[in-house]
Ligand binder design. Sequence first.
Ligand SMILES: Cc1cc2nc3c(=O)[nH]c(=O)nc-3n(C[C@H](O)[C@H](O)[C@H](O)COP(=O)(O)O)c2cc1C
Length: 385
Amino acid sequence: MKSEINSEYPSVEALREKAKKRVPSFAFEYLDGGCNEDVNIIRNTAEIRDVQLQPRYLRNYKESSTKTKVLGMEFDAPFGISPVGLQGLMWPNSPEILAKAAHKHNVPFILSTVTTMNIERASELTEGNAWFQLYNPVEDEVRNDILDRAHHAGCPVLVLLCDVPTFGYRPRDIRNGLALPPKMSARNIMQILGKPTWAFNTLKYGQPTFETLKPYTPEGLNLKQLGKFMDKTFSGKLNADRIKPIRDQWKGKLVLKGVASEQDTEDAIKMGFDGIIVSNHGGRQLDAAQSTIASLQEIAPKYGDKIEVMIDSGLRSGPDIARAMASGAKFTFMGRSFMYGAGALGNKGGNHTIAMLKMQFKQVMDQLCCERVEDLPLHLVNNQP
Ligand SMILES: Cc1cc2nc3c(=O)[nH]c(=O)nc-3n(C[C@H](O)[C@H](O)[C@H](O)COP(=O)(O)O)c2cc1C
């Protein structure tokens, strides 16, 4: 079989560099940036990379398998695609590109409530395997309707987001006047003119819109209006009363995304969640937050046998995935890495990025002489004095 990997782009960093050249800067900066002074986004990756692993060369080792079970399902590798909003703005058609690639490679794709493809299309492209991320709607009817649609689309997992009680403070987006559809300011037009493939594809696929929310949204919102609409329509402020009706209605697996503390993990267990994603939204919400690997190191040993503990934020490579799994995660997700792939390589970006990360991760397993993903914690170097 012809390799899906383009040897010009053997790393996420190479994909990021290429994407930067092809995506207008207002959209690239929305994808790439953290919040405030970018402390948390940098800390996420830096602290994951402090985790060290130890090989066992002389053990009786046959071959590694990257197959991984989580939430009662088996995937070909221990990573999936995090939900990302406004994807079509960063690369036209990117949610379709990534959903198809995830399905082909048997890894999970999580659809954001506020992305540019709807639940029904995600389900069609993944034969009912897409997970759905819910921003909690204020109106019970909107919530029930979205849950019904996700159920009818066959989504096996509902991912409830808890780390957006307020919009993150993102200086680049404020300066760029980020909007959907993009604002035609002189500056943005200049940026678009400099990125002809992006512009051509935007014409081809049409202006991106919030497809899942179409039945409930007024058209043409700029960032400020979007913030207001989101505040009015969704309440990121979650508590037991808001979560109970979701748990009661949703019969599939329920995952809480954005957990960063032991207390929230305990509450999630009490409220009947099946899993959590330890996440800080890729460093986009609280610049003073700890890295997710630090949160995971506190949460996984204490609660890992009571709830499935997954992680995202800051992972960019096969070794990063292995570091997180060795630190007690049952599964990992990445957001930007796949979007860089789509921005860099368009229709081929999803398959390329997944195949590349799989290859990188498998190499780490083979190098460690680790046969099964669940044995990775045995290779963790204990750095504690
Ligand atoms: C551009 C962008 C948009 C995002 N939109 C959403 C969203 O709509 N819903 C959500 O749950 N998380 C969203 N996230 C957070 C991601 O799901 C994920 O937690 C984060 O990207 C992980 O960090 P990483 O990009 O370092 O892998 C977004 C992240 C980015 C970069």
